[in-house]
Write a protein that binds this ligand. Structure first.
Ligand code: F6R
Length: 588
C-alpha cells in the first residue's frame, strides 16, 4: 500500500524522507515522489519504479528542510509519473494513502468550476478541493476541515500549502498516520519503521484529527478545530526488527525469528502451564465466526479445526471482503474473531465494524499494537511477532497459529493441554536448522504445483500454496485431498509437483491413497508428515517432529515457508516485495 513520509526541522529533509520511504518499501509500491521546499519554492520530483530511480533525479544534499514523500501502489490509474504523488493544484501539494470513493462525482463538479486534472487518480481531487475552498475559507485548518467533510473513503494525507511553508499539515481517516519528534525536527509517516532511524517518540493520529506540524512542535485539532492534548508515546519495539542484520532477505530473517516469536507469544499468555489473566474469561459462545483475509484467513481455518475439535464449538470461517456484504447469522451467543497481522486491512476492519454495529461480541487477534482493528474490537489479543517487513507473512502466521491453539485450549477449558506447548521452541529450532534446498530444486522449474491434505492439513496446504504463488510466482493450488480427483486431477502430468501434508494418523491412509492416485498419473510427490511410513509412494519425504495435534500446525508450516523461500530465490524473484503486492491492504 502507499507510504507517506514527511519531515520538517533543522536537518536536511530529503535524506530523511528518502530513508523513511525505504523503510516503507515493504508495503509494496510501483512509483515514488517527493515535494520539497528550496529557496522558498516548492519542487516536485516523481519517478516510476524503485526509490533508487527517484534518488538519481534528486540532489539529496539540497538545502531543503521541509519535504513530503510518497510511495504509490496503483489503484486508480496505471503506475506513471503523472499519477504518482505528490499531486499539486494551485497552492496545495498533497500525498495520500487510501481511496476516495466519491472522487468521480467530485471531479465532475470541480471540472464544471473550470479546474483541470493532470492525472487519472482519485487523489488529485484533494488538492483541487483544498485550493478551491481555501479561496473561501482563507484559513488552512478550516479548509482541511471543510474538505474532509466532503470526502468519502479512507485517507491519510500529508499537505503543504504555499502560504505556510513553515508547517506541514496532516489528517487521516481509516488509513494509518503517525507524527514523530526527534531533537531537531518532526516527522510524518504511515508506519513506525519509517522514523525509527531517528526517533521512537510518536503519536498515532485518530480518525479526523488534523495536525499542524512545525519544525519542533505539533498541534492536534479535533473535528471542531478545538486544540487537543496528545502526548508522545515511546515505541518499545527495536530498530533491529526493521534491519536485515546480515540476512539476505527479510522473509528469511523473519522465518528464523519464529522460535522467539513462538516463545514470546506463549510466555505473554501462559506461565507455569497456566493461563495468566490477560485472556478474558469468555462466556460460553454457541458459535464463532472467524473473519480475515489471505494468510490470516488460513490461520482462521486452522483455528476452526482446533476450536471445533477441542472446544466443541461450531466455527464458520469467512473471507472478510465477502462477510461485510453478506447476510450473517449471528446473535448474542456468537463471537466474531477478526485475525489481522497489520490490524489495518480495510475489509477485515469493515467486517469488524459491521459486527460491532450489530452488537455482537468481537475479538481481534492482531500483531500491530494500537492498529485500528486492535482498537475497535471489544476484546483484543496481541500476537508477539514484532514488526514484519517482508510482504509475505511468515512469523506473524506462526504467532497467530500459536494464539489460535491457545484460544482453543481456553475455550475448551482444558488447561492441562498447555503442557503440550512446552519444548516446542526446540522443535521449531530444529526445523529451522534444516536445509530445504533439495525440495526447492524439484519445484523451481515447474509451472504448476498442487498441495493436498485433509482437515487442518488442508488449511496448511492453503498457506503453503499461497506462499509459493506470491513469492515464487508458481501457479499453485491447494485441495482437500479427496477432492482433487473430482476434476482437477486432469491437470496432473508427468513431473507435476504435489506436496501432500498429513499430520494426523487417523486420516493418513486416506491421504496416502489420494497421493498414490496422483503418483500413478506421474506426479512428483513430496510428503510432509510426522509419522514413519514404510510404503514408499513418495519421491521425497519431510518428517516433522511428532507432537500433540493441537500444536502440530505450528511446526508443519515451517517447511512450507522455507521451501517457498528457496524456490523464490532459485527463480530470482523479488522475495521481500513480490510484484503487485502490498503489505497492508488498506483499500477494499
Ligand atoms: C500473504 C499475506 C496476506 C495477508 C492478508 C491479510 O503472505 O501476507 O495474504 O495475510 O493481506 O493481512 P493482515 O493480516 O494484515 O490483515
Amino acid at each position: 500500500m502507499c507510504g507517506i513520509v514527511g519531515y520538517i526541522g533543522k536537518n536536511k529533509a530529503l535524506p530523511r524522507v528518502l530513508t523513511g520511504l525505504k523503510f516503507l518499501e515493504y508495503r509494496g509500491y510501483d512509483s515514488a515522489g517527493v515535494a520539497y521546499i528550496i529557496d522558498n519554492e516548492i519542487k516536485i520530483t516523481k519517478e516510476v519504479g524503485r526509490i533508487s530511480s527517484l534518488e538519481k533525479l534528486i540532489d539529496e544534499d539540497s538545502n531543503s528542510y521541509v519535504a513530503i514523500g510518497h510511495t504509490r501502489w496503483a489503484t486508480h490509474g496505471e503506475p506513471s509519473v503523472s499519477n504518482s504523488h505528490p499531486h499539486r493544484v494551485g497552492k496545495f501539494t498533497v500525498v495520500h494513502n487510501g481511496i476516495i470513493e466519491n472522487y468521480l462525482k467530485l471531479k465532475e463538479d470541480l471540472k464544471k468550476k473550470g479546474i483541470t486534472f493532470l492525472s487519472s487518480t482519485d487523489t488529485e481531487v484533494i488538492p483541487a478541493l483544498l485550493d478551491y475552498y481555501y479561496k473561501e475559507e482563507k484559513n488552512i485548518l478550516k479548509t482541511i476541515k471543510k474538505v474532509i467533510s466532503i470526502l468519502d473513503g479512507s485517507f491519510a494525507l500529508g499537505i503543504i500549502c504555499d502560504d505556510d511553508k513553515n508547517n506541514l499539515y496532516a489528517v487521516r481517516r481509516g488509513s494509518p498516520l503517525i507524527v514523530a519528534k526527534d531533537k531537531d525536527g518532526m516527522f510524518l509517516a504511515s508506519d513506525v519503521p519509517a522514523i525509527l532511524s531517528y526517533t521512537n517518540k510518536y503519536i498515532l493520529l485518530d480518525n479526523d484529527e488534523i495536525v499542524k506540524i512545525g519544525e519542533d512542535c505539533y498541534q492536534v485539532y479535533d473535528q471542531n478545530l478545538k486544540e487537543k492534548e496528545k502526548e508522545l508515546k515511546t515505541f518499545e519495539g527495536s530498530y533491529d526488527a526493521a534491519m536485515l542484520n546480515g540476512y539476505p532477505h527479510y522473509m528469511l530473517k523473519e522465518i528464523c525469528e519464529e522460535e522467539k516469536v513462538f516463545l514470546d507469544t506463549l510466555n505473554y499468555y501462559v506461565q507455569d502451564n497456566a493461563f495468566k489473566d490477560n485472556i478474558p474469561e469468555f462466556k460460553h459462545y454457541k458459535n464463532i465466526h472467524i473473519v480475515a483475509c489471505g494468510s490470516a484467513y488460513y490461520v482462521g481455518c486452522i483455528g476452526k479445526s482446533l476450536i471445533e475439535e477441542y472446544a466443541g464449538i461450531p466455527v464458520y470461517v469467512e473471507v472478510a471482503s465477502e462477510y461485510r456484504y453478506k447476510r450473517n447469522f449471528y446473535d448474542e451467543n456468537t463471537l466474531v474473531i477478526v485475525i489481522s497481522q497489520s490490524g489495518e486491512t480495510a475489509d477485515s476492519l469493515e467486517a469488524l465494524r459491521k459486527a460491532n454495529k450489530d452488537g455482537i461480541d468481537t475479538l481481534a487477534i492482531v500483531n500491530v499494537v494500537l492498529s485500528s482493528i486492535a482498537r475497535e474490537a471489544k476484546y483484543t489479543l496481541y500476537v508477539k511477532a514484532g514488526p514484519e517487513i517482508a510482504v509475505a507473512t511468515t512469523k506473524a502466521f506462526l504467532a497467530q497459529t500459536t494464539l489460535m491453539a491457545l484460544l482453543a485450549v481456553k475455550l475448551a477449558k482444558k488447561e492441562e493441554l498447555l503442557k503440550e506447548f512446552q519444548g516446542l521452541d526446540k522443535k521449531i529450532k530444529e526445523l529451522l536448522n534444516r536445509s530445504y534446498l533439495d525440495y526447492a530444486l524439484d519445484i523451481y522449474q515447474k509451472d504448476n504445483a498442487f498441495f493436498i491434505g485433509r482437515l487442518v492439513d488442508y488449511a496448511l496446504c492453503l498457506e503453503g500454496s499461497l506462499k509459493l504463488k506470491e513469492t515464487a510466482y508458481i501457479n499453485s493450488m491447494a485441495f482437500q485431498a479427496g477432492e482433487l480427483k473430482h476434476g482437477t486431477i486432469s491437470l496432473i502430468d508427468k513431473g507435476t509437483p504435489v506436496i501432500g501434508i498429513c499430520t494426523n494418523s487417523s486420516i493418513a491412509p486416506k491421504t496416502i491413497s489420494n497421493l498414490k492416485e496422483v503418483a500413478a498419473r506421474g506426479a512428483y510427490i513430496i510428503y510432509i508428515t510426522n509419522e514413519k511410513v514404510n510404503d514408499e509412494f513418495y519421491n521425497k519425504v519431510i518428517y516433522i517432529p511428532k507432537v500433540h495435534n493441537i500444536v502440530t500446525p505450528i511446526l508443519a508450516v515451517i517447511p512450507l515457508q522455507l521451501i517457498s523461500y528457496e524456490v523464490a530465490k532459485l527463480r530470482g524473484c523479488d522475495i521481500d516485495k513480490p510484484r503487485n503486492l502490498a503489505k497492508s491492504v488498506t483499500v477494499e
